[in-house]
Design a protein around this ligand. Structure first.
Ligand code: NAG
Length: 562
């Protein structure tokens, strides 16, 4: 190796009265400890131990200023990106990793025979798989992409939204909240034993929401369901508390390329990534579970080598991979005891697919496969006695009456019909099958007051150029039908003063659980704008003129019968 000592380095060395050896090609520091011991403080201590370079000497050679913060950052970067084996080094390029994790690429479906396709990962497996710390996949090529915004300031990559280099479906910063990752394979035919899945845990696959991995399947919205039994699928995963101590890069290697190298496992569940944080993976019944640790009684050694104005770092470790005590769900529940239920939506347990698929299609995709407890309500079967549909959209379609003076008068009469018998207005109820927020699937509007004068001001006689009647909105005149369909106004219509909202008929009768938050007065936006039980709830309003802009496109209004 050639040593280049520039004039600048020489003068820096002489200014600082350097030891003769600093600047030679050699190891200047060596840290031993647990996987988190590669850090600035330990680096400084290790410099002192070898005595090859002082702190000032080495940073002068590296062109790093005297600022302690900059020096620490320099060492932190070495520890994060240089000391561990980068995941990308196993296959060699970002593109190969990207396609592999998505379930494709030359390794998965290339034309060469298996030995040719796989020699590189076999080689890594045999030489380094258990003797080094591997970093979680991260790529320079992704940093701009993850942070990018379009011309309107919206993120190019909704799952990204931060300037890191994590790949699709594995972004630790923004979409890996459960700290659990999983790989699922459907093909075991390349391994040394022809039917390897027979000897490992296999699972039924329930379904995959395609929007959860749109960056790898290139589909914005959609779903796949896998009812009944398919061929066996092997899913394996891991969960962690501490990214560094728990060796999550090694675990990702163990769950992906290592299994491919040793057992020939390949190919993803259709529409899903082959590997990703569990939030991005298909819902399955169960998955195998793996752990990794530094072998008991051993330490990791981080070595810092200087050469040619550059400092590099490497590590040596004895890594043990092993099965967890139970499956991935059990391990998750043990490691994340404070949030143990969160895994249930992803690993539904033996025989859990059938119910999961029915729930999913009803709750998320709005199909009448089973009967959702909060959609397609029969108004007369859920408390109170209700009119026929007054006005509605979608599956509860009933167009608004275009004679606005007449329809307003009808609404007033219907509201007032309860006054003689109940000493209150009749309630108006909106049932919304397509609303995304459960609180907005059934809402009760109870007007406050005891006489018709407690309703908002009515039609005042104004007409437009064509002589058709118009409500003078600026004067507070309210078309009671339009108040709900398209123009949710605050004129004599203030929550807690003129009306209350409730989530059930029983609440509305007792006065319990009244909603506490409302806004109004956005032209073209109808009931209930962003009103919510305890705070704003967006996009669950209806609008007959801006049809399609909110989530309430399937809803209907009913009024209480006296
Ligand atoms: C609810 O029941 C009442 C009274 O029996 C009936 O008049 C009304 O049509 C029913 N409403 C619906 C939507 O079926």
């Amino acid at each position: 190796m050639k040593i280049v000592i520039t004039l600048a380095t020489l003068s820096a060395m002489s200014l600082r009265g350097a030891s003769a050896a600093c600047g030679d090609v050699k190891t200047i520091a060596s840290i031993t400890g647990d996987p988190s011991s590669c850090n600035y403080a330990n680096f400084l201590a290790a410099l002192g131990t070898t005595g090859e370079c002082t702190e000032d000497e080495i940073f002068a050679l590296l062109g790093v200023s005297e600022d302690a913060g900059e020096r620490e950052e320099y060492v932190d970067e070495l520890c994060a990106y240089d000391a561990p084996v980068q995941f990308v080094e196993i296959q060699g390029t970002y593109q190969l990793d990207r396609r592999y994790f998505a379930g494709g690429g030359p390794l998965v479906d290339g034309g060469d025979d298996w030995a040719t396709r796989s020699w590189k990962i076999q080689n890594f497996h045999n030489n380094m798989g258990d003797s080094t710390i591997i970093s979680w996949p991260e790529y320079l090529a992704r940093i701009d992409y993850n942070a990018g915004v379009d011309g309107n300031g919206n993120p190019l990559n909704p799952e990204g939204q931060s300037d890191n280099g994590y790949p699709a479906n594995m972004n630790l910063d923004v979409s890996c909240a459960l700290q659990t990752a999983m790989c699922c394979f459907v093909d075991d035919s390349n391994g040394p034993s022809p039917d390897d899945f027979a000897s490992v845990m296999t699972t039924d696959v329930c379904r995959h929401d395609l929007a959860n991995s749109r960056q790898s399947n290139h589909i914005n919205h959609g779903w796949s369901v896998f009812p009944g039994a398919e061929k066996p699928v092997h899913c394996t995963g891991f969960t962690w508390e501490d990214e560094t101590i728990d060796l999550i890069g090694n675990l990702m290697y163990d769950a992906s390329l290592s299994l491919t190298a040793t057992k020939g496992y390949l190919k993803a569940i259709p529409g899903a990534p082959m590997c990703g944080c569990v939030e991005h993976m298909p819902v399955v019944e169960k998955a195998a579970c793996r752990k990794a640790k530094v072998a008991d009684g051993t330490d990791v050694t981080f070595t810092f080598n200087y050469a040619d104005g550059d400092l590099s770092a490497e590590n040596e470790a004895s890594i043990v991979y092993e099965d967890c005590d139970g499956d991935l769900k059990a391990e998750y529940q043990a490691v994340h005891a404070d949030n143990a239920d969160a895994i249930d939506a992803h690993l539904v347990g033996d025989g859990g697919c059938e119910a999961d698929i029915v729930d999913y299609l009803n709750e998320e995709q709005f199909l009448h496969v089973g009967v959702s407890p909060t959609r397609y309500l029969d108004v007369n079967a859920t408390g109170g006695s209700w009119s026929d549909l007054l006005v509605g959209e979608g599956t509860r379609f009933m167009p608004p009456d275009l004679d606005i003076v007449k329809s307003d008068a009808e609404f007033r009469a219907m509201f007032a019909a309860c006054l003689p018998t109940k000493q209150r207005f009749c309630m108006l109820r909106r049932v919304c099958d397509s609303c995304t927020t459960p609180s907005h699937r059934d809402i009760y509007y109870q007007r406050i007051g005891t006489t018709v004068d407690d309703l908002p001001k009515g039609y005042g006689g104004a007409v437009d150029e064509e002589g058709d009647p118009i409500f003078d909105v600026d004067n507070g005149e309210t078309n009671l039908q339009e108040l709900f369909t398209d123009m949710w106004m605050s004129a004599e219509n203030i929550l807690g003063v003129n009306f209350n909202l409730y989530s059930s008929y029983a609440d509305a009768l007792s006065g319990d659980g009244a909603w506490t938050w409302c806004n109004y007065d956005h032209k073209g936006i109808g009931f209930p704008r962003d009103c919510g039980p305890t705070g704003p709830v967006h996009n669950n309003w209806n609008s007959y003129k801006k049809f399609g802009h909110g989530y309430a496109n399937y809803h209907g209004y009913y009024i209480e019968l006296p």
